[in-house]
Design a protein around this ligand. Structure first.
Ligand code: PLP
Length: 375
């Protein structure tokens, strides 16, 4: 994998050499590029209020930004040592061994690896409806039948119906679920996992774990030790604000991790993303601040929606699914014409709009455009 092998200690030394370099010569990297950036025409991203992809508007931790700057001088190296360091940190954080962690190029890669490894012509994918569709597409390409099971009236996964599907290779449970921002209670999930045949793999996608605070919600990572067929996906794209950097991971027993790894490209996670993710984990404020800001702004928005008499699904995430009481597609289009991007259509809920919680000013811009398009 890595033609020039460097030890982990050496990697840390290289990073600190990079740090020293950044202190001595800031003009080289930062000052030179700043005027160029200013002279560019305004990026379309700066004009558009982007509330469509459940990104974290506050961005990465300052620790992550510094770690990336410090890692410029190891950009010429393969990421092996840096990836091993991050895996060790994640293993400690999740009380597992490092061989129970697999890093991915975003958790999207973990989802794809699960579809590639555990679905096929004779092995169906079972998923909620609606849910995050990426894995449905991967399983279909892999020749698998996809069975969509509607969520319950409370927008939880209907686990008894999902468990009743024959020849399931993989059951995908997104918790909290995208696009509904709802959750499946821990006790129901625990019971489901204990009853599922070991031949069927259960993938629990916890991309929005950090935003959930309902007492009946919890991660299933502690169950991994008891179930060889349980895989949990996590990401640095949401609370850690690193969607553009691409880093996610799986937690599972070592055998399942080895199976996934055998389908993965070598060195698929880049060294800057790994450095940023590693540094984020040692920033105690990133998660608490992200959670607090999201909650405050989400409450601001839902209070306005209450006043307008619009119902929404109670949210355990950084987005909210609003019942707009009419087909949502024309509204999505009308908002886009006013430079406000909201989530795409989810066919199972054609009168619901998925709205990402951005900064307060962005939500004010949304509310103003929303009032206009409804008028
Ligand atoms: C539920 C869920 N899982 C996975 C992903 C993929 O995230 P990433 O590949 O950025 O880690 C997303 C992205 O929005 C998501 O909503």
């Amino acid at each position: 994998m890595n033609s020039i092998s460097i030890s982990r200690r050496k990697f840390a030394q290289l990073l600190s050499a990079g740090a020293a370099c950044a202190v001595v010569k800031p003009a080289l990297s930062l000052a030179k590029s700043a005027p160029e950036v200013k002279s560019q025409p305004a990026s379309p991203l700066t004009r558009i209020v982007r509330l469509s992809s459940n990104e974290n508007p506050y961005g990465p931790s300052p620790h992550a930004l510094k770690a990336m700057t410090d890692s410029f001088n190891v950009a010429c190296r393969y990421p092996d040592e840096a990836a091993a360091l991050l895996s060790e940190k994640l293993a400690t954080l999740n009380s597992v061994n490092a061989n129970q962690i697999l890093l991915g190029d975003g958790s999207g890669e973990i989802l794809k690896l699960c579809a590639d490894t555990f679905t096929g012509a004779q092995r169906k994918l079972v998923a909620g409806d609606p849910t995050f569709e990426a894995i449905l597409q991967h399983a279909t390409v892999n020749g698998a039948e996809v069975v969509k099971v509607p969520l319950t009236d409370h927008f939880a996964h209907d686990l008894s119906k999902m468990g009743a599907v024959a020849n399931a290779g993989l059951v995908y449970i997104c918790n909290p679920n995208n696009p509904t921002a709802s959750f499946t209670p821990k006790n129901e999930l625990t019971d489901f996992i204990s009853k599922t045949s070991p031949q069927t793999i259960i993938l629990v996608d916890e991309a929005y774990f950090h935003y959930a605070d309902n007492p009946d919600y919890d991660s299933v990572i502690p169950l991994v030790k008891d179930y060889p067929n349980l895989i949990v996906a996590r990401t640095f794209s949401k609370i850690y604000g690193m969607a553009g950097l691409r880093c996610g991971y799986a937690v599972a027993q070592s055998q399942a991790i080895a199976q996934l790894r055998s389908h993965q490209s070598w060195d698929s996670v880049n060294i800057m993303a790994v450095a940023a993710a590693t540094a984020s984990l040692s920033d105690p404020d990133q998660v608490t601040n992200g959670r607090r800001l999201n909650q405050e702004t989400r409450t601001f928005v839902t209070t306005q929606l209450d006043a307008m008499d619009y119902k929404y699904i109670p949210s355990q995430a950084n987005f909210v699914m609003i019942d707009v009481k009419r087909p949502v597609l024309p509204l999505i289009k009308a908002l886009k014409e006013r430079n406000v991007e909201v989530g795409r259509l989810f066919p199972a809920l054609p009168t619901h709009m998925r709205l990402t919680i951005g900064k307060k000013a962005e939500m004010e811009a949304f509310l103003s455009a929303f009032h206009q398009v409804l008028a």
